[in-house]
Design a protein. Structure first.
Length: 409
């Protein structure tokens, strides 16, 4: 019975205008489900079938090309009813992973492929392409950050019809001013910083908040510019802890409520130092998990505070915001932009165009060649950061992009 049902599904896929597959990879952010919804509803209306590939690149990696096999954990057919239920919620109902099929460790290779791919690291891209062909996929829409999309570029160069959608709270995918998840991250950071002010003010302390941002400091810069913090420390500039301590103590002592606030990007580094990792284990893209710079800064600030506070110690409140800014429902921008991005992707597909990434550029929706993801880097311009005052710096806002520091270097 189950086998007949699967055969009918596969047969139906071949009678449509075409088949589109969607996946979400990397970290979850609010706005992914609205993007999936936008693609699915428009594609179904245009006569396409839509397949959701589950768990990012992991689902299509682990698929078994046998109509009798249970692949329910690897893909599902998407309908309007399914995506409408999820479209207003955060996260991704397709789930996600940090799988890298072009560089898969021996122990990560799916069991049914281990006799063929048994080197220390393996490129199973030939299997990915065969799996997509077996599903009848005509177009693939990966939604992700630079890691997930870099493999999308790899597949495109191998002949797969790829149209990419950028998402990441760090907002550091090259080519676009905006990535899905960024607005909600900024909104939550401002909200939570303001909530923690009450404790910092009540106890007359320094408040240190660690935020996301491995290589780019946008998530620390924009809330600081909006007035959520006195100072921010970003990955693009190695900072002096004495300088930060002096500034924060001055900020505190000039504040009638006797507190001050600093946002620390997780990838920030002391001058002459290195990134701080919570453990040595690395993901499929070679990234060790960051975490701890905020805690180290907090300890050093308390130690140095008497030097700038007439010999008296100032205590510090430390909070790592982490998953609190990436969980929950999307805000307005992360409900609207994913809808537009999904429709932009369908516009390209209807024209038979692929090898592109949909973007927001200078306040307008557009698309660019997908290899922009791997051919450049997107970080904060140091001309926008006052290295003496450790905070955002602008001569003028005239002709700046909508989110000010969201454009490429």
């Amino acid at each position: 019975m189950e086998s007949n049902k699967k055969q009918k599904i596969m047969a139906n896929l071949k009678t449509t205008k075409g088949t589109i597959a969607i996946l979400t990879g990397g970290g979850d952010v609010p706005g992914l489900n609205p993007a999936i919804r936008a693609v699915t509803i428009r594609a179904n209306r245009e006569g396409y079938k839509v397949i959701g590939l589950r768990r990012g690149w992991a689902g299509i990696s682990e698929l078994v090309r046998d109509s009798k096999a249970d692949n329910s954990n690897n893909f599902q057919i998407l309908t309007d009813d399914i995506v409408n239920k999820a479209g207003r919620t955060g996260g991704t109902f397709l789930h996600t992973s940090r799988t890298r099929p072009s560089h898969m460790s021996k122990e990560s290779v799916p069991e049914h492929l281990q006799s063929t791919y048994n080197a220390e690291y393996n490129d199973i891209t030939p299997e990915i392409i065969k799996n997509l062909e077996w599903l009848g996929v005509d177009y693939l829409i990966p939604i992700g950050g630079d890691d997930t999309l870099s493999y999308g570029v790899h597949l495109y160069k191998k002949g797969v019809n790829v149209v990419a959608i950028p998402k990441t709270m760090d907002n550091d995918v090259p080519g676009t001013d905006y990535c899905i998840g960024f607005s909600t991250c900024i909104s939550r950071t401002i909200q939570m910083t303001n909530s923690l002010r009450t404790s910092a003010g009540s106890h007359e302390r320094l408040l240190v908040l660690e935020v996301f941002g491995r290589y780019a400091g946008f998530t620390a810069m924009l809330p600081t510019l909006a007035g959520a913090a006195n100072r921010c420390v970003i990955p693009e500039y190695e900072f002096e802890i004495d300088q930060l301590a002096k500034l924060l103590v001055e900020d505190r002592n000039h504040n009638p409520s006797k507190y001050s606030v600093v946002l620390i990007s997780e990838g920030a580094m002391f001058k002459g130092g290195e990134m701080i990792f919570s453990d040595s284990e690395k993901d499929a893209y070679g990234h060790a998990k960051l975490g701890g710079i905020g805690e180290m800064v907090s300890a050093k600030l308390k130690e140095l505070s008497p030097k700038y506070n007439h010999g008296k110690v100032i205590n510090v409140i430390y909070q790592k915001l982490g998953y609190m800014v990436r969980g929950g429902d999307p805000d307005a921008l992360d409900s609207i932009v994913p809808m537009a991005y999904g429709n932009l992707a369908l516009d390209l597909i209807l024209k038979g165009v692929h090898g592109r990434i949909v973007v927001l550029k200078n306040g307008r929706y557009d698309n660019l060649p997908i290899d922009v993801v791997t051919s450049s880097k997107k970080i904060v311009k140091l001309s926008d950061y006052n290295t003496e005052r450790l905070r955002p710096y602008y001569h003028s806002f005239e002709m700046k992009p909508f989110l000010l520091m969201a454009s490429d270097n």
